[in-house]
Design a binder for this molecule. Sequence first.
Ligand code: NAG
Ligand code: NAG
Length: 245
Amino acid sequence: MNSSLFIIFFVSFLLVGFATSYDLDHDDNEGGGGSSSSIQCTDDLPSLKFPFSTANFTCISIWLSKGFVLMYQHTNKNVWRFVLKASDNNGYISVGFSESGNMVESSAVAGWIPSNGNGIVKQYYLSGKKSSDCQPDTGSFDISKTTIVRQASTSKLYMAFQINSTTTPNTKLIYAVGSQPSSNDHMLPMHSSMSKSTVDFTTQSCLNCSPPPPSSSGHHQWHGIFGFFLAAIIWAATVSAKLNC
Ligand SMILES: *[C@@H]1O[C@H](CO)[C@@H](O)[C@H](O)[C@H]1NC(C)=O
Ligand SMILES: *[C@@H]1O[C@H](CO)[C@@H](O)[C@H](O)[C@H]1NC(C)=O
């Protein structure tokens, strides 16, 4: 192989490498996944009078379109404290902890504020998809210190709860919003919207915490990379053919 041909191939591979790493970086920014999901806890939380201090909480933006931010702290080896912040939707907000990643067979905590009363927070074991499969005061967590309040100045809901557990709660989280349960039976109505992510409570990182990028973009990127690769090969072959003449 003569030296100019070698240089052509070398430059082609450099360019392909550059294009590939550029596209991966781009993907990260769009997906919002990875390790940069933790945000600063800037809210004026003490004025909301939670049943526990939120002084050293970690805050992670988990579902942008519904204003969901998960705040949590592992206070000692058996106590996990959570505050779920969300845009006020006049309905329920919930977070489920799932082993499989599916809503069914997860334990969820849901809260809402009836128009004529105090906030209600309940735990649900989601045994199926129908409302009747979601009975109140079921679920696998030992929960306490529950409250849900509205911050009028921001139109945000804050739902607080504590889980006593010797093991880490399941990290595949499922978020949902829906209309308020009826005051007779408190069965959880089917969600109107839901989202999922995986939060690593120790490293404070989150997978899939932003809305996913448009489904076509992944194809575009791969077409782009392969197109570039093909173009580089054709270009190299053309040039080398010329050199050989
Ligand atoms: C928050 O962290 C500081 C510094 O580590 C500590 O002194 C304080 O006790 C913590 N507060 C709570 C409520 O955990
Ligand atoms: C949870 O653990 C804390 C600290 O050990 C304890 O004070 C509290 O009573 C426990 N709550 C429940 C519901 O077991």
